[in-house]
Design a protein around this ligand. Structure first.
Ligand code: NAG
Ligand code: NAG
Ligand code: NAG
Ligand code: NAG
Ligand code: NAG
Ligand code: NAG
Ligand code: NAG
Length: 586
């Protein structure tokens, strides 16, 4: 397994250095010819006592809550609290509307709305919508846009997350309806059919009002993908940390971390990981046992990749950093544990292997792992090879980890692996795509009889990835965001920033620019928001009931035959749809 995995390294690095267009074809070939493998991490928690594998972080939007209190509109009218839950009858299957509808949850306010103002639509993406009501308010860029443009704001829960489920469970049969395309079709159907709970709220579909789509992370990518896929539906978009390019071996996750973490800490992490790999890939059984014992993970001796991969947890903590929380946070506690000795910090080169290894092992064993695993034993907590674990088998709804994993295994990949050979790595080289792809089979045996080859290039071709070129779409990214390498601001990708599709970059982390609190403490984040507001002002014009309301948006009917994900077919899909769309327009 190790050998198979190692062969994947060179190709992925090679791809990374090519221009976007050629990389597509190359990746395609490499992916299909080389990989036969698998997917994702785990780690675990926790206090519940249930087997609880903790998966790698998702590209998700940080939670921002609003007060659970009545809202006062501009003219003094009392409106329902932001936390009020509304339901929309959404189509279960856009390829077969006769299957009926399900309840899709949404949150809404017209606090700042004036007739003629825009409707600002946001989905938190691959999480339950609970706790995202702040995205209705000016605690976020959404509310700032609403306030400036006299708009109303909506938070719409994504299908198969939270309590917005087309089917009563998360079995494979149900999850077949969880695709990027169905999610985009949901946005379209919602915009065209919702009766918003405000005066006149039944007559503001696209064409009569201007709709703005806002998203962050996966939902930021969805913003770009929806605007590509449904031209004219949304007047404008704001896509924060948008992971527009789906990437199978997303080792780039750790690059912004490596580049921006304290130098002494990255030097020592690299040294320790290199040593661990040497021992674990060697033949000295005693050395392996001693090393595992040092970290308190001797129980994982049958699966050395689980032990080595678990150490990614310390790095994953980077994703929850934000300008407004500064140097607080688990990530910095970890670096302090390695780098501060007798009250003194190491210089930029670190303390070196000996101290760093023993400091990391001690911190991991005595402090970090007990917090991560709670009452679970090490194997239940950090092992990924037991396909009978609740983590793999539980199909109860409201399990965002499972629903997202479905998307990972089918359409997006984003496996957080070690860097290619020859490139510095913070992650053990035992961690290769097959490690995670195997877990796709464990979780969805009814879909995958072997670890799947995740064909992310189909997604990139269909929704344009880095090749997106759309009018009035504002991209906002952060230099320190671990998801940066899948955005239009990825190193070496050079997507142009234009007045129609501006790209603004702050010093922020993941989705930092969605939050007003971050802008208040970081002037680079503030500058991004100021620019976005200026663009929105120039792009959005109040519509009046007397203004001609001939919709600028034309429906186009989808091919009633489900799309078969083969490369040959997919390449036909775009042009075919273009033709069909044209026909309906005429
Ligand atoms: C105040 O605003 C609400 C909703 O925007 C509207 O229904 C109401 O008629 C307004 N009242 C006045 C006095 O303008
Ligand atoms: C944000 O909105 C609230 C009303 O919800 C308002 O009182 C406050 O002034 C606004 N903040 C800014 C900075 O405009
Ligand atoms: C928002 O509404 C106010 C009236 O309450 C109006 O003066 C202002 O011009 C409107 N702004 C926009 C951008 O439509
Ligand atoms: C060394 O590590 C300490 C503790 O984490 C950190 O505060 C400091 O900035 C680091 N210094 C360098 C030069 O990396
Ligand atoms: C499955 O998960 C749900 C919550 O997500 C939990 O309530 C239930 O007990 C779990 N089922 C089993 C068999 O562990
Ligand atoms: C669904 O999951 C979310 C996040 O895990 C949680 O906050 C919420 O309470 C859950 N809802 C229900 C009804 O279980
Ligand atoms: C999903 O994983 C996260 C950790 O990433 C964990 O906190 C959460 O409890 C998990 N949710 C479920 C439903 O297992």
């Amino acid at each position: 397994m190790i050998l198979t995995a190692l062969t994947c390294l060179t190709p992925s690095w090679f791809i990374k250095t090519l221009p976007a267009h050629s990389s597509r074809a190359v990746i395609k070939v490499m992916v299909s010819s080389i990989l036969t493998s698998l997917f994702l991490g785990f780690a675990f928690l926790t206090l519940s006592g249930v087997n609880a594998v903790v998966p790698p972080p998702r590209p998700s939007v940080p939670k921002i809550e609003a007060l659970d209190a009545p809202v006062t509109s501009r003219n003094g009218t009392t409106l329902p609290p932001y936390t009020t839950v509304y339901e929309f009858d959404q189509v279960i299957d856009h390829d077969n509307p006769s299957l009926g509808t399900f309840k899709q949850r949404f949150w809404f306010t017209y606090e700042f709305y004036e007739p003629g103002g825009p409707i600002i639509l946001f989905t938190p993406g691959e999480v339950s919508g609970d706790g995202y009501s702040g995205y209705l308010t000016n605690r976020t860029i959404n509310g700032q846009i609403a306030q400036q443009q006299n708009g109303s704001a909506i938070v719409l829960e994504h299908r198969f997350f939270g309590l917005s489920n087309p089917k009563p469970d998360l079995t494979v049969a149900s999850l077949r309806l969880l695709t990027i395309q169905q999610a985009i079709d949901d946005l379209e159907y919602f915009a065209n059919n919702v009766h918003l709970p405000m005066p006149g709220g039944d007559s503001v579909p696209p064409g009569k009002a201007e709709w703005i789509l806002v998203g962050g992370s996966y939902s930021g990518a969805l913003t770009s993908w929806a605007m590509v896929n449904k031209p004219g539906l949304f007047k404008a978009g704001y896509a924060s940390s948008a992971v527009v390019e789906t990437i199978l071996d997303y080792w780039g996750y750790f690059e912004p971390i490596r580049q921006n973490m304290p130098k002494n800490c990255s030097a020592d992490v690299e040294a320790v990981i290199s040593h661990i790999d040497q021992v674990l890939m060697g033949t000295d059984k005693n050395a392996i046992t001693n090393l595992l014992t040092q970290f308190g993970m001797q129980a994982l001796s049958n699966h050395l990749d689980d032990a080595a991969g678990a150490l990614r947890n310390n790095l994953w903590d980077w994703q929850s950093l934000s300008p407004s929380t500064g140097t607080e946070g688990a990530f910095f506690k970890f670096c302090d544990a390695l780098e501060v000795k007798n009250g003194k910090s190491a210089s930029a080169s670190g303390w070196g292997l000996d101290h760093a290894l023993s400091a990391w092992a001690t911190y991991w064993k005595n402090t970090y792992m007990p917090q991560l695993c709670g009452k679970n034993d090490v194997v239940d907590c950090l092992g990924s090879y037991d396909a009978t674990q609740d983590y793999y088998t539980n199909t109860t709804v409201n399990n965002s980890n499972r629903s997202w994993f479905w998307m990972v295994c089918n359409e997006v990949g984003f496996l957080q692996e070690s860097a290619p050979t020859g490139h510095p790595t913070l992650v053990s080289r035992l961690i290769q795509p097959i490690y995670d792809e195997r877990q796709c089979q464990f979780m969805f045996p009814a879909a995958f009889s072997k670890p799947p080859t995740i064909d992310v290039e189909v997604t990139n071709i269909k929704y344009k990835g880095w090749d997106v070129s759309i009018d009035r779409l504002f991209f906002a990214n952060g230099v320190r965001d671990p998801w940066r390498e899948a955005t239009v601001s990825a190193d070496g990708v050079n997507v142009p920033s234009t007045s129609q599709q501006p790209i603004a970059v702050s010093d922020g982390f993941h989705c930092s620019d969605l939050s007003t609190a971050n802008a208040n403490v970081d002037s680079t984040v503030k500058a991004v928001q100021v620019q976005a507001l200026q663009f929105m002002k120039s792009w959005i014009t109040p519509t009046t009931s007397s203004s001609p309301s001939a919709p600028q948006y034309h429906y186009f009917k989808r091919d009633p035959n489900p799309i078969v994900h083969t490369q040959a077919m997919e390449e036909d899909v775009e042009p075919l749809r273009g033709i069909r769309w044209l026909k309906d327009t005429l």
